[in-house]
Write a protein that binds this ligand. Sequence first.
Ligand code: HEC
Ligand SMILES: [Cu+2]
Length: 323
Amino acid sequence: MKYAFCVTALLIIAGCDGGQSAFTGLGPVSSRIVLLTWIMFIGAALITLLICALMLIAIAGPAGWRHNLTREKTIVWGGIVFPVVTLTALLVYGFLVLKAGGELVRAENPVRISVVGEQWWWRVIYRHDDGRTTESANELRIPTGRPVEVELSTADVVHSFWIPAYAGKVDMIPGRINTLHFVADKPGVVSGQCAEYCGGAHALMSFYTMAMTPSDYDAWLAKEQANAIPTFEKEGERVFLSSGCGGCHTIRGTRASGKIGPDLTHVGSRQSLGAGILPNTKEGFVKWISRHKTIKPENLMPPFDIFSESELQSLSVYLNSLE
Ligand code: HEC
Ligand SMILES: [Cu+2]
């Protein structure tokens, strides 16, 4: 039993690495959080060792030492003054670290992106300098080296937006807009996750963040802003447009202009489907359209058991081609 616990604990700790780890520290904001974490961890470990030593003395130490431990002075200094001073210092330091992290990357002209938490996916809106916007979903693309300002809001309940590799988590609260600031130092893909229980499919509400060199980012953004390329997969497009998908999904450049679900204009170029749940391949689309209710239970897209195998195939090829 004891061993099972240790093995499980080790396995869990081993999972704390890579793309979705707060210890990755990929930018100035998260590096400070990592430092704060280590200071707290090492401090807490030292205090635990001290307490264990005192406990041993209290149980089996020499009579003189034990007597010293029970003196009123020891209790007042060790039991009241010491915790109050240490915890206050840690609290003040924590606030300073977090504030400094935010200040560090606050800039006159950041990259502006709005993210809206929806049960159970992310609406992502890129705000261009000329005031126009481009909508996407379930993925954040950012240029390296430039401060990013993410405006966080929610369409329904409380969600929490967390990219552990870049910054601390910030809640998305009904009726409010919170902002998150961070910078990515180098290109790479990391994942994030909703960090506040928001009902049914909460655990399946993740997303990818891709940091790109500024020139790659500009090229990508121009492509993302454009309408969907005219498709050769006419049959798939026909199935999409005639099955009611367009009531909830937008594909810019077609008459599908629904706003309830994720924008699918360039869905084929995203990292994943269903908010980080399925690979973005033709098979991924087949699975999502035919079995999304079992893959992501309770998600708000209605089931579609109406397609023949060939309709399902062409629909999937069509969506996958929307790059
Ligand atoms: C009643 C609204 C509604 C209709 C109709 C609808 N969807 Fe959806 N769709 C959604 C919602 C909501 C989501 C997000 C589900 C989630 O991840 O929690 C979604 C997600 C998706 C995704 C994943 C998108 C992404 O960014 O990962 C695809 C692909 C998709 N729908 C395709 C379709 C197709 C094809 C049809 C028509 C056969 C369709 N949808 C009809 C609401 C709808
Ligand atoms: Cu959630």
